[in-house]
Write a protein that binds this ligand. Structure first.
Ligand SMILES: NC(=O)C1=CN([C@@H]2O[C@H](COP(=O)(O)OP(=O)(O)OC[C@H]3O[C@@H](n4cnc5c(N)ncnc54)[C@H](O)[C@@H]3O)[C@@H](O)[C@H]2O)C=CC1
Length: 482
C-alpha cells in the first residue's frame, strides 16, 4: 500500500498555510492512518527548498520525497492531479480517478481540504484564492568568504535577503545571482519569464527598455534600498510595471556615512592614515590643510529624508547650514534644524565650504555638476556625494580634483557600478572614495530586507504598498522623477 500526499504549495495567501503544510502535520496525517505504512511516498508539487525536503525526510524516515518544480506554476489544481496520477503510476499504484475532486476543487467552495481518496490517496490542498506561483529573481552582490561571517548578512547573494525559505514555502521560485551584465549572464536567462525582479543599488541590475521588452511576465521591480535610477522608469511606466523601493530603509546609514566623509575630508584624515601604513611621519603634510568643521558653511543639495537627517546630525557641530530642494521645509522643522533654505542652487553653491549631494538621479539632476557649475564653486570646496555618481560629470570632477579647485571629493557612488578599473575617480588626487557601501550596513540590510518581504507579501495578497515606496505606479512616475 502506498500513500501519496500531494501538496499544492502555490497558494500563498492562507495565514495558517505554513502550519497546514508543516512536516509535522503531514507526518500526523500519515501516522493517523488505520495502518502504518511501511513506505510513505510524499509528493510535493512546487519547490519547497532543501531545508523543507530534508525536514520531511527526517520526519518520515521511510518516505520517498518527490519534490522540485515538477509542474509549471499557474494551474495548480489540475496540474497537481495530473502530477499525482503520474507519481502513482510510477509507484505501481492504481491511478485514482481525480475528476470528482477536480470539480469540487474548481468550485472553490472550501477553504481547506484534507481528504482521503480511494483508500490510498491523500489529498491536501489549501483552497484560498491563489495568486499562483511566481518566479522571483534577486540580483545582489556576492559575499563569497564573508557570507558566513555574520548570520545577519542578508544583503548578499548568499543571504538572499533571508526570504528564500519564506518564498519557497509558498511555492514561489526564487533565483538569486550576481551575474547581471552581458547577453549570456544569468539574469538574461530569467528575464523572459520572471514576474518580479529585486535588486539593490549596491550591485544594480540595469533594467533597460530592451530588457523590459523581453520580460513578458514581469510585473514588479523592487529596489531593496533607495534609488531606482538603474531602471528605465519611463519604459517601466509604459509597460505598466510597478516600481517600488524600501523608502527610508537606509536613511540613517547614509546620513551617518556622510557625516563621517565630511569629517574625513575637513580634517585631511586619509593622507595621515596612509603615512602611517607607509612608515612615514610628516605632520606638516597633513596640517597645512586640516580644518575644524565648526564655523564652516555646509550646504545640502536635496533635503529629503537623508538630507534632513544629515542637517540634524550636523547641528551640534555649529556650522552654517544651508539647503536647496524642490520643496521648502515646514517652518517649525526648518527652525528646529537651523538650516536656511536656498531657492536658487547657483546662489547657494558658491557660499559652501562643504557640499553634500542628497537628490535622486533624475533627468533634472543627471550631470548637474558639470564643468561650468564646478568652476563657480569656492576654490578648495569639499564635496560629498553618496547620492548617485551620474549627478556629477565624471571627468569634470577628476579635473577639478587635479587642479585643486575641489580640495576633496568623497562618496560611494559611481557610474557605472561596479566601477571599472580605469574609472578616473580611482586615480584623481584628494579623493576618499569607497565602493557603494553606505546604505548597506547590517542594520540597513535588515531594514530593506524586511521592507522587501513586506512588499512581496502585499503583492501576493493583491494589497497596496506604503504610498511613499512607489516610484512607478499605474503608469505614473513619482513626482520627483517626473
Ligand atoms: N549611497 C547609498 O547607499 C544610498 C544612496 N541614496 C541616494 O540618496 C537619494 C536620496 O535619498 P532620500 O533622501 O531617502 O530620498 P528622498 O526622496 O527622501 O529625498 C530626495 C530629496 O531630493 C529632492 N529633489 C529631487 N529632485 C530635485 C531637484 N531636481 N532639485 C532639488 N531637489 C530635488 C526632493 O524634493 C527630496 O526632498 C536616493 O534617491 C539615492 O539616490 C539613498 C540611499 C542609499
Amino acid at each position: 500500500m502506498h500513500v501519496l500526499i500531494p501538496a499544492v504549495v502555490d497558494t500563498p495567501v492562507y495565514p495558517n498555510q505554513r502550519a497546514a503544510f508543516s512536516p509535522l502535520m503531514i507526518g500526523r496525517m500519515s501516522w493517523g492512518l488505520s495502518y502504518r505504512p511501511t513506505k510513505v511516498p510524499i509528493f510535493i508539487i512546487g519547490k519547497w527548498g532543501l531545508t523543507y525536503d530534508t525536514a520531511l525526510s527526517a520526519l518520515l524516515p521511510n518516505a520517498s520525497v518527490f519534490s522540485g518544480t515538477l509542474v509549471r506554476p499557474g494551474g495548480p489544481v489540475m496540474a497537481m492531479l495530473r502530477a499525482a496520477k503520474h507519481a502513482m503510476r510510477a509507484l505501481g499504484s492504481r491511478a485514482p480517478d481525480a475528476s470528482p475532486f477536480a470539480r469540487m476543487l474548481h468550485a472553490r467552495k472550501l477553504p481547506f481540504w484534507c481528504a482521503r481518496f480511494k483508500e490510498d490517496f491523500w489529498l491536501v490542498i489549501n483552497m484560498q484564492a491563489s495568486t499562483g506561483s511566481k518566479k522571483i529573481v534577486g540580483v545582489f552582490y556576492k559575499a563569497n568568504e564573508y557570507a558566513s561571517m555574520n548570520p545577519k548578512f542578508v544583503g548578499c547573494v548568499e543571504g538572499s535577503l533571508g526570504i528564500r525559505d519564506w518564498l519557497e514555502s509558498q511555492g514561489h521560485q526564487y533565483i538569486v545571482t550576481d551575474d547581471k551584465e552581458g547577453p549570456n549572464c544569468e539574469l538574461e536567462k530569467h528575464i523572459p519569464d520572471m514576474h518580479v525582479l529585486i535588486t539593490t543599488p549596491f550591485h544594480p541590475a540595469y533594467v533597460t527598455e530592451e530588457r523590459i521588452k523581453k520580460a513578458k511576465n514581469l510585473q514588479l521591480l523592487l529596489t531593496a534600498g533607495i534609488g531606482s535610477d538603474h531602471i528605465d522608469l519611463k519604459a517601466a511606466a509604459a509597460a505598466g510595471l510597478t516600481v517600488a523601493e524600501v523608502t527610508g530603509s537606509n536613511t540613517v546609514s547614509v546620513a551617518e556615512d556622510e557625516l563621517m566623509r565630511i569629517l574625513i575630508l575637513v580634517r585631511n584624515f586619509l593622507p595621515g592614515y596612509h603615512q602611517v601604513i607607509n612608515g612615514d611621519w610628516n605632520v606638516a603634510a597633513i596640517a597645512y590643510r586640516a580644518y575644524d568643521l565648526e564655523g564652516k558653511t555646509v550646504g545640502t543639495v536635496g533635503a529629503g529624508r537623508i538630507g534632513k537627517l544629515l542637517l540634524q546630525r550636523l547641528k551640534p557641530f555649529n556650522c552654517n547650514l544651508l539647503y536647496h530642494d524642490r520643496l521648502k521645509m515646514e517652518p517649525d522643522l526648518e527652525k528646529e534644524i537651523g538650516a536656511k533654505f536656498e531657492e536658487d542652487l547657483d546662489k547657494m553653491l558658491p557660499k559652501c565650504d562643504v557640499i553634500v549631494i542628497n537628490t535622486p538621479l533624475t533627468e533634472k539632476t543627471r550631470g548637474l555638476f558639470n564643468k561650468e557649475r564646478i568652476g563657480k564653486l569656492k576654490k578648495g570646496v569639499l564635496i560629498v556625494n553618496n547620492a548617485r555618481g551620474a549627478i556629477m560629470d565624471t571627468q569634470a570632477v577628476a579635473d577639478a580634483c587635479s587642479s585643486g579647485h575641489i580640495a576633496g571629493y568623497s562618496g560611494d557612488v559611481w557610474n557605472p557600478q561596479p566601477a571599472p578599473k580605469d574609472h578616473p575617480w580611482r586615480y584623481m588626487p584628494n579623493h576618499a572614495m569607497t565602493p557603494h557601501i553606505s546604505g548597506t550596513t547590517i542594520d540597513g540590510q535588515l531594514r530593506y530586507a524586511a521592507g522587501t518581504k513586506d512588499m512581496l507579501d502585499r503583492y501576493f495578497k493583491g494589497q497596496d504598498f506604503p504610498a511613499q515606496n512607489y516610484i512607478v505606479k499605474e503608469g505614473k512616475l513619482a513626482s520627483q522623477y517626473q
